[in-house]
Design a protein around this ligand. Sequence first.
Ligand SMILES: NC(=O)CCC(=O)C(=O)O
Length: 311
Amino acid sequence: MASISNRTVAAQSFVSGPLQMPKITQFKIGICQLKVTTEKSGNIFKARNMVVQAAAEQGASLILLPEMWNCPYSTDMFAKFSEDFNDIESAPSLLMLSEVASSFGVTIIGGSIPENDAGQLYNTCCVFGPNGELMAKHRKIHLFDMGKPLPGEVQFKESDNISAGEKPTVVDTDFGCIGIGICHDIRFPELAMSYSARGAHLICYPGAFNMSTGAALWELEQRTRAVDNQLYVASCSPSRDSASSYMIWGHSTVVGPMGEIIATTGHEESVLIAEIDYAAIQRTRESLALESHRRKDIYQFIDLLRESSNS
Ligand SMILES: NC(=O)CCC(=O)C(=O)O
């Protein structure tokens, strides 16, 4: 296995004015909606195969994995499946992502896995660049704690085992400036706005929505984040396991800057491929220049968001 260099790209500073275009503006994104089991080594093997399928067989150069792809989405499992990111040589999921990224020259938004940092657990996404380097790490900021469940909803309290991340994450890649949110993070428009304000072209949300909120809100949240911010949104869920206590909605999706669904899938295991073209962001912003219509004199909180995400 390749060793991982710990080059963490500094968060990009706030970009104002016209959209900055990255080196590559048209590319295929591969979304790996895999079935997660209780066998960690099998999950790692499966995830690698799906990345290879997306990259080598279907030409994707940016690849997204689901939330908790090496571990069932269950609070009693997180500790057992967790990895210590400070000791990467003992972290098989991270080693695999680094190795497959460099073997196929792709950038991987590595979904999330449970991170163990000195006994504290986080729900963490790692981004690996085409040389296998660790480019960024995002710890889920908004933990999924259900209040009183509505009829048909599951009971879930992520904060029983997981600690919340404290920082938003944008990463500057060959495929643009990418903001990261994990599942429940999608429900907070302020996070997406802060990414947009920092020049994001794409926001990636690994997620595992459940059956009731999934049917009602998963697509709506993605389209809203995309259309409000006039950028691309991509989500990746595990596939559904009907035997599991937490039934997952699935339906990984890619949405364009007009809120249009570019690609989506059902609840089964699948590799979804979508074409992204950032010219669509430019076209959308030229025809509807929301940023210049924005009445910043009336609401100043966006400036506070910029300040907080740059600190
Ligand atoms: N993994 C999660 O954060 C679950 C989010 C979810 O189902 C929701 O409704 O929010």
